[in-house]
Design a protein around this ligand. Structure first.
Ligand code: NAD
Ligand code: UD1
Length: 336
């Protein structure tokens, strides 16, 4: 299939381009590079030996999106493009609502206009809020605690209604848990700007000596060891989940958790990182981070049952691959 990948120069998008190319799909990336660099796509080509067409456009720009759809005959769209920093979304909510929601509407309208019937959307486990774990797709969603989470819930709603009005559409709403790690080549990975918010990039920067110690946000949660529990998933498993969704989708809207089903605490992840890479990390327990929940992990059985997809890579591979990317690239290759 010929697939439009919006946000394809970003972290999850670039890994998904690799999976798509390796399974025989062709790829057109639309990205405005607001949080990525074009040379990531050169590395995608280096890994796969295949070409990627790149269009530097803003996908909220209706004219630019329409002209892309007119130029290429797409069989489907995977929509990754969006802003994702939770803290920034609280400070700049309109920036988040504009970018994340308008891009989704513009792309869905273009699909309608040009007869493109497959749409895969990047949603997030954040839409479950503080439900009981494990999170199951059928749970009622709880209001998000921040504008970023709210944009994901609103986009899901928009696509559900659009698919009702277009019964021949096949829409996948993929709720990601915590993507970590990097392609095993070490050529592409997570390259956050500035001081990372998320745990794994923070750990790799402590390991490299860029940051002096990991601050562990709270050890008094009702969890296995008091630290927060999450469902970390290797980004290449996540990428393969997108290909499975594209290949297997039938008409209608289908919601899938993309997680491992396994909860891991902060202390367990630190230990796995130390074991995988033969090093010790400097850590300190500090206060809880406002807005954090104690536990977040998936019931991942629906994706297994309906898509034949399961996450295959374990915590040690996630830690090893994240560190390889940090070691190899991050010094010389930061975001612009
Ligand atoms: P990322 O920032 O690395 O990638 C997003 C890409 O979209 C970037 O390359 C950016 O330049 C591009 N972009 C943003 N707005 C654009 C616009 N208007 N037009 C064109 N390009 C635009 O983020 P990521 O981690 O790869 O996340 C991809 C998607 O997955 C996002 O929608 C994010 O909300 C969602 N998601 C991410 C996580 C995570 O932990 N990384 C978890 C759940 C959901
Ligand atoms: C964050 C986002 C969430 C998003 C998810 C996946 C926030 C508040 N939430 O959640 O919306 O869907 O990423 O991208 O940003 N931790 C530390 N020290 C650190 C960093 C994190 O102890 O320096 C802990 C956290 O308290 C948490 C765990 O590590 O228990 C994972 O944190 P993080 O990687 O930020 O992911 P989420 O909290 O799941």
């Amino acid at each position: 299939m010929n697939i439009l990948v919006t946000g394809g120069a970003g972290y999850i998008g670039s890994h998904t381009c690799v999976s798509l190319l390796e399974t025989g799909h062709t790829v057109v990336v639309a990205d405005n590079l607001c949080n990525s660099r074009a040379d990531t796509l050169d590395r995608v080509k280096q890994i796969t030996g295949k070409d990627v067409i790149f269009s530097r456009i803003d996908v909220t720009d209706e004219a630019a999106v329409n002209s892309l759809f007119a130029d290429y005959s797409f069989d489907g769209v995977i929509h990754f493009a969006g802003h994702k920093a939770v803290g920034e979304s609280v400070a700049k909510p309109l920036k988040y609502y504009r970018n994340n929601i308008i891009s989704t509407i513009v792309l869905a309208e273009a699909c309608q206009r040009y007869g493109v019937k497959r749409f895969v959307f990047s949603s997030s486990a954040t839409v479950y809020g503080d439900n009981e774990v494990p999170f199951v797709e059928s749970m009622p969603l709880l209001p998000a605690t921040n504008p970023y989470g709210e944009t994901k819930a609103v986009c899901e709603r928009i696509l559900i209604d659009a698919a009702k009005a277009n019964p021949d559409w096949s829409v996948a709403l993929l709720r990601y848990f915590n993507p970590v790690g990097a392609h095993e080549s070490g050529l592409i990975g997570d390259a956050p700007d500035g001081i990372p918010n998320n745990l794994m990039p923070y750990i790799t920067q402590v390991a490299k000596g860029k940051l002096d110690k990991l601050r562990i946000f709270g050890d008094d949660y009702p969890t296995v060891d008091g630290t927060g529990v999450r469902d970390y998933i290797h980004v290449m498993d996540l990428a393969e989940g997108h290909v499975a969704a594209l290949d297997k989708l039938t008409s209608g809207v289908h919601v899938y958790n993309l997680g491992t089903g396994q909860g891991t605490s902060v202390l367990q992840l630190v230990k796995a990182f130390e074991d995988a890479n033969g090093m010790k990390l400097s850590c300190a327990i500090v206060a809880r981070r406002p807005g954090d929940i104690a536990e977040c992990y998936a019931n991942a059985s629906k994706a297994k049952r309906e898509l034949g997809w399961v996450a295959k890579r374990d915590l040690l591979e996630m830690c090893r691959d994240a560190w390889r990317f940090e070691k190899n690239f991050m010094g010389s290759c930061l975001h612009s």
